[in-house]
Design a protein around this ligand. Structure first.
Ligand SMILES: [Zn+2]
Length: 136
């Protein structure tokens, strides 16, 4: 468990490997054994071919920003106190794409095609969902 100030996701049988993996500092993603799609967000069946033959695999957590947004309006603390935050579509080097927050001390430097990596522990522990930073 975490003592984070952020709202915490509700664990379900479908999302638990993602959430529990993130609490260890790992990015776990679903892979379809039938069509080889990488699936994000967690689902009980593949959104590409509807197979339920899905396995969890650890991602490197490295990739690049496809597109991003500076979010100025939040309804939930502590996000509202941290605005603007950066929400980005990230394509991962080892397959798949996901929407995630990017933490940066220079938000104005965030750009499409920027390399990003998973936020490492212990900093990662304060965020409830997989979170990235510009690659070092
Ligand atoms: Zn599939």
């Amino acid at each position: 468990m975490t003592d984070s100030a952020y709202p915490q996701p509700t664990l379900t049988s479908t999302n638990a490997p993602l959430i529990e993996g993130w609490r260890r500092g790992e990015l776990m993603l679903q892979h379809c054994n039938a069509c080889h799609a990488v699936i994000f967000f967690p689902r009980h069946m593949c959104p590409t071919c509807w197979s339920v033959d899905i396995a969890w695999k650890r991602s490197s957590g490295r990739g690049k920003i496809v597109s991003y947004s500076h979010v100025y309006s939040h309804v939930t603390p502590p996000f509202s106190a941290e605005a603007p935050t950066i929400l980005a579509e990230i394509v991962l080097d080892d397959g798949g794409a996901m929407l995630a927050r990017v933490i940066s001390s220079e938000p104005a430097a965030i750009a499409s095609n920027m390399r990003v990596e998973l936020l490492p522990m212990p900093e990662a522990a304060q965020y409830p969902l997989p979170t990235f930073r510009p690659a070092k």
